[in-house]
Ligand binder design. Structure first.
Ligand code: HGY
Ligand code: MN
Ligand code: MN
Ligand code: MN
Length: 398
């Protein structure tokens, strides 16, 4: 079954009527439905499927073993996300395995298709949660205690999914099986439409992190409280949002975003008692922490000016990643020298790149838009991506 047909099978899973696009978050109902879909599709290909201690899915072609050629991506989405970010890599991997089986290719190494859990951090706030846990690059106890917007901890969600919450954490034996990892992903940006190529090879992923700014003041009545008597956390929060753009603009190629701002209690006629906002900051090179510190200074000044308290906490950070040079060169040779593209989007491949030779393939996105319903890939380009991935898997697994 082609990648496009596979995507068609899940096109109605997790549609978000209110926000548009899809909302599929780790272990929620739509994501569990996608897990079932993946297991069924993988088993039809004769792959042996297992769920690892961190909730990542592994579909093995041949017995699990060292030097495995691993591909895959994620099935979860951002809130109101597009149809391709994540699922395209998973569907293309299943398509590639099927086409290799159909042509009678017999891999000399184990091959696995992996679905990493909570790559977007859409439920628990930590991006690449499954791959970070597996590689031991995040504290498992801290992750166990992460709470979703309803207050459910990751440990409770893992247990509800039938896994042992106490077992969550580094998985060196599994990580040690991976020889190379190649992730196919929809392009997030519009480089390829200008370059006239359906596929690109990934070169770098810029550094990025998430910080939580918690402003607290005095909740009160919107009508009965004179302006002079207010301690309103919404004011410093608003000033911080403007400072984010102003200060990022001052740094070359920096990207900084406040996409989530939550007043508590959130009543129209209520002065908020607290306002939480999350900063997503990404600057090529080593400048991200410096930009965040500038933003923090502006936020503290604004909080002080209104008499509010402010707590700033870092929730995640990954430095610049350059994908494996020999692997990138090989992909270039095998695929007829497609363009190489840097990206500002994080990926599980970028987490794995710190441990195993990793690479990425991007499939052209004519809208250039991602993390929104307009994300798109033409069927012909989806097919070209799956062919390219099959070519790469065959070369690596022979
Ligand atoms: O946020 C990112 O860059 C990725 O899509 N998780
Ligand atoms: Mn994404
Ligand atoms: Mn993604
Ligand atoms: Mn009242």
């Amino acid at each position: 079954m082609s990648a496009a047909e596979l995507l068609g099978q899940i096109a109605d899973v997790g549609r978000d009527a209110r926000r548009g696009g899809y909302s599929r978050h780790v272990f929620d109902e739509p994501e569990r439905e996608l897990r079932t879909w993946f297991v069924e599709r993988a088993q039809r290909l004769g792959l042996g499927v297992e769920t690892d201690r961190n909730g990542n899915l592994w579909a093995w072609w041949g017995s699990p073993g060292p030097e495995a050629v691993v591909t895959g991506s994620h099935l979860d989405s951002v809130p109101g996300g597009g149809a391709f970010d994540g699922p395209l890599g998973v569907a293309s991997a299943l398509d590639a395995v099927e086409s290799l089986q159909t042509k009678g290719f017999r891999p000399a190494k184990p091959v696995a298709v992996v679905v990493f859990a909570e790559e977007e951090g859409g439920r628990f706030g930590l991006p690449c949660l499954g791959s970070r846990l597996m590689t031991g690059t995040v504290d498992a106890d801290w992750v166990r205690g992460l709470r979703d917007p309803d207050g459910v901890t990751f440990a409770e969600a893992v247990a509800a999914a039938g896994l042992d919450a106490g077992g969550v954490g580094a998985d060196p034996d599994r990580l040690g099986l991976i020889g190379q990892f190649v992730e196919l992903h929809v392009e997030q940006g519009s480089g390829l439409i200008d370059l006239g190529s359906p596929v690109a090879v990934g070169s770098t992923v810029i550094a990025h992190g998430r910080w939580r700014f918690s402003f607290s003041g005095q909740g009160n009545h919107a009508g009965a409280t004179r302006l002079a008597d207010r301690v309103d956390p919404m004011l410093p929060a608003a000033e911080t949002v403007l400072a984010v753009r102003r200060l990022a603009q001052g740094r070359d190629d920096a990207r900084a975003t406040v996409g989530r701002l939550v007043p508590t209690p959130g009543g129209t006629n209520v002065i908020a008692s607290t306002v939480d906002l999350w900063l997503d900051a990404r600057v090529p090179g080593v400048e991200t922490p410096a930009l965040v510190e500038e933003i923090a200074v502006a936020a503290r000044d604004a909080a002080e000016g209104e008499g509010c308290e402010l707590i700033i906490s870092r929730e995640s950070y990954s430095g610049d990643v350059v994908f494996d040079e020999p692997l990138r060169r090989a992909l270039g040779e095998w695929l007829g020298a497609p363009p190489e593209l840097p990206t500002g989007a994080g990926h599980d491949a970028a987490i794995l790149a710190g441990f195993v030779p990793s690479a990425m393939l991007y499939v052209r996105n004519p809208t250039g838009i991602s993390h929104a319903p307009d994300e798109f890939a033409e069927e012909a380009d989806v097919a070209a991506g799956a062919r390219a991935l099959a070519e790469v898997l065959e070369r690596l697994a022979k």
